[in-house]
Design a binder for this molecule. Structure first.
Ligand code: CUA
Length: 187
């Protein structure tokens, strides 16, 4: 191989290297922008906001007492769902929400780490004792969605299931008329 050839291939190598370096930088910048976008829109964990709660007292007072769990229709038409996870169930075990409505899920754990996953949606959040998990959601079609616990939480984990029932907006409004907290437990 002549000196000129060696020089030529070194130039080719340098050019290829620069090209791939540029592609790598574009990928890294693109992923950083995606992460920033998701973070700004609170579409992913970790949450930009940390709220804490005392797991030994959630049954006694505050936002997560039993009488405050379930779905509530807010004055602005949005819905807030409050739930807790404990070994081995969710309360409420059946969550009822209206279709096509902005919903804020607020949940925590009474004992160990659990997870809430709603099948067929991007709702998937951990319930960590001492912390409140908040996730925005919206359902575009009515029906039943399974809600398994998706964090191993000891021997009863595989039996820890809940359900989300998405119903008509007007049906939900009817049921919410009397105020109070709605669920579909026992229906
Ligand atoms: Cu709760 Cu697994």
């Amino acid at each position: 191989m002549s000196a000129e050839d060696t020089h030529g291939s070194a130039e080719v190598a340098a050019r290829v290297e620069r090209r791939w370096a540029t592609i790598a930088v574009i990928i890294v910048v693109g992923m950083a922008l995606l992460a920033a976008f998701a973070g700004i829109h609170r579409a992913t964990m970790p949450q930009p906001r940390v709220e804490t709660t005392d797991p030994s007292r959630i049954h006694l007072s505050g936002e997560f007492v039993e009488s405050n769990l379930g779905s509530v229709l807010e004055a602005n038409g949005n819905v807030t769902v409050r739930a807790i996870g404990q070994q081995y169930s969710f309360t409420p075990a059946c969550i009822v929400v209206p279709v096509d409505t902005p919903i804020t899920l607020r949940a925590t754990s009474a004992d160990v780490v659990h997870g809430i996953l709603i099948q067929g949606t991007n709702v998937n959040t951990m319930l960590v004792p001492g912390y409140i998990s908040e996730q925005l959601m919206r359902f575009t079609r009515t029906g039943d969605y399974l809600m398994p616990c998706q964090e191993f939480c000891s021997f009863g984990h595989e039996g820890m299931w809940g359900k989300v029932e998405v119903i008509d907006k007007s049906d939900f409004a009817d049921r919410a008329k009397g105020g109070g907290r709605l669920s579909c437990v026992g229906q």
